[in-house]
Design a binder for this molecule. Structure first.
Ligand SMILES: [Zn+2]
Length: 585
């Protein structure tokens, strides 16, 4: 299993490496697109003064108009093309990637009936991939009504598919879980949201050549950076509709073959404390839990994962993060296989001819049971939808703030707060989610006494408008509260002139852990080592960590099987500076 994982990692890295060099001739097929993406257009070109949709109206539509039947029709639509390999036929009308992308463009064109402002077309690039030189992402763009609101929201999924061999264009590569499910989600979300108008622009994109090295996403991310396109957030959906575990899929997300989980979805994103991707992941979870969850008949739990992707795997959010954008990946809790399809005895569906829509049990040509759960997929459309909507209608970013531990409590002081807004203050301790959020109505300094002795807090701020919609949260600031809160009064801040390991809580559903070191006086080029040992004192892992920032992080890939008590020690040169316990339940 370990070797298999490593093999995929190496081959994926090679694929990624080759992809980063070479897409050329990046271009949009529709001249209107670039000015809209840049935010340099006159909204009256598209809209004649109609009001922006209210949050209530958007929520209502997400809840009532998102449709399992519609998702199923999109999956049937994709299924007919038999093979969507990036090197497959581009001329045939009934099979191959050319037919598939023309079909996808036709689906986007249908959105114009709901909203004449909707712009459709291709983003093209050249690179020899599987003997094919020109490749196309499919785009649907809903221009925003207010160009002073900078940044568009990009919702993406790759539409190409593959069999065991990455350039096999003759096999049946229906790619229903990977990634017909993501395509159906993007199309359904475009269908539901295009009935509205938003301040900020929405971009729906179906990418190609993900399977050969994230080429379609990388080409667009490079194009975005080159043209200074303001992307507020990237939501990538890949393997998002299956609920059944394969034999090789990783536990405990997949506790065993044929286990089913339709109640959880994972978000992968890079970094931790100072990372905008993790901030976007938290914003997604918060938006869904505050705005939509209570009104849903089946509850979904969003799991924020530590790592940027499953160990050794990658996806289309990564090229965007590499270009400096906040990007996250949604993936179902259970996957049917680990994609190592050439391993002996691999019988799971992912990256094989078996990734089909379902089973025809009685031979009548109709699927009797589906491998992609359209009800699960529908909930994931709604999660993407509420996040997209909040990002598109939310107010401007928060002002700068100062964090003061003055001995009476923890205060947040905003620079130039505006009277028309409230502000939300998010406190986070050891975990990936907020511990507490306070809403600051009158811009008075926030005092809180709900802080624990000797605790570390990460604090961030969001602007909130009168409808209760918040902006993205700021980057986090860090504070250590040293005092005793028993009487509600804190001791003077005792932070620290001392470098230290921040406490962490391993999460049983995660295979990685982000270890962080606080440096009071960071120095360029300074490094240390983290040594992880078991109860017997044996070294389990030794990691180099750069210590050139105030908070420094390194990802520890422990895998799912690690259990019990471990110790993580920080060494600089030969000197042990600090130690933390790691308790794997
Ligand atoms: Zn995929």
């Amino acid at each position: 299993m370990k070797n298999a994982v490593r093999l995929i990692f190496v081959s994926w890295l090679l694929a990624l490496g080759s992809s980063l060099s070479a897409q050329t001739n990046l271009r949009l097929s529709e001249p209107l697109m670039l000015p809209v993406l840049k935010g340099q257009y006159n909204p009256s070109q598209f809209y004649s003064g109609q009001p922006n949709s209210s949050k209530a109206a958007i929520k209502q539509n997400l809840l009532t108009q998102t449709s399992s039947d519609s998702l199923l029709q999109y999956l049937f639509g994709l299924n007919q093309f038999k093979n969507r390999n990036s090197g497959s036929d581009t001329l045939a009308v009934s099979n191959g990637i050319g037919a598939a992308r023309n079909w996808a463009l036709a689906q986007f064109n249908k959105m114009k009936q709901y909203n004449p402002a909707f712009i459709t077309g291709f983003f093209q690039f050249d690179k020899m991939i599987c003997n094919m030189n020109t490749h196309k992402n499919v785009l649907g763009i809903l221009p925003g009504t207010d160009t002073s609101q900078k940044g568009f929201i990009l919702i993406e999924a790759h539409y190409d598919s593959r069999c065991e061999s990455s350039c096999d264009t003759a096999c049946e590569a229906r790619g229903m879980e990977d990634n017909g499910s993501g395509v159906a989600l993007v199309l359904e979300l475009a269908r539901v949201l295009s009935k509205h108008t938003f301040q900020r622009t929405l971009v729906f994109m179906l990418t190609t050549a993900e399977e050969q090295g994230l080429d379609g996403a990388n080409a667009f991310a490079v194009y975005a950076k080159t043209n200074a396109l303001p992307i507020r957030a990237v939501l990538n959906n890949d393997v998002i509709g299956g609920i059944i575990c394969g034999k090789t899929a990783s536990p405990p997300g997949c506790p065993g073959e044929n286990e089913i989980d339709s109640l959880q979805v994972r978000i992968f994103s890079s970094g931790a404390n100072y990372s905008m991707p993790k901030g976007l992941a938290r914003y997604t979870k918060l938006s869904f839990e505050e705005e939509l969850l209570a009104e849903m008949s089946v509850k979904t739990n969003i799991q924020i994962m530590n790592a940027e992707d499953r160990i050794g795997r990658g996806g289309d959010h990564i090229p965007f993060r590499q270009q400096g954008y906040a990007a996250i990946r949604f993936t179902s809790a259970n996957e049917h296989g680990d994609a190592n399809a050439t391993a002996p005895g691999y019988l799971d569906r992912q990256h094989s001819t078996r990734d089909v829509l379902g089973k025809d049990l009685n031979g009548d040509g109709i699927f009797d049971s589906l491998f992609v759960s359209t009800s699960y997929l529908k909930r994931n459309v709604q999660i993407n939808g509420i996040t997209t909507a909040m990002l598109a209608i939310g107010p401007q970013d928060p002002p700068e703030f100062e964090l003061i531990n003055d001995g009476n409590g923890l205060s947040v002081k905003l620079t130039n707060p505006q009277a028309k807004y409230a502000y939300r203050i998010g406190f986070r301790g050891r975990g990936n989610t907020f511990d507490t959020i306070f809403t600051l109505q009158n811009q008075a300094d926030l005092k809180t006494y709900h802080v624990k002795k000797d605790s570390f807090y990460f604090v961030s701020v969001a602007t909130m408008d009168a409808a209760g919609t918040e902006s993205l949260f700021s980057m986090e600031k860090y504070v250590k509260v040293a005092g005793v809160p028993a009487t509600g009064v804190l001791e003077k801040d005792a932070i620290s002139n001392k470098m230290q390991l921040l406490p962490v809580s391993p999460n049983p559903i995660d295979e990685t852990l982000t270890l962080s070191v606080y440096m009071p006086n960071p120095k360029p080029g300074f490094t240390g080592r983290l040594i992880i040992t078991d109860l017997q004192g044996r070294i389990v892992k030794s990691l180099t960590i750069a210590l050139d920032k105030t908070i420094n992080e390194v990802v520890f890939e422990h895998g799912f099987s690690t259990k019990g008590l471990y110790f993580c020690s920080l060494f600089v040169a030969e000197e042990k500076m600090d130690m933390q316990r790691l308790w794997f339940k």
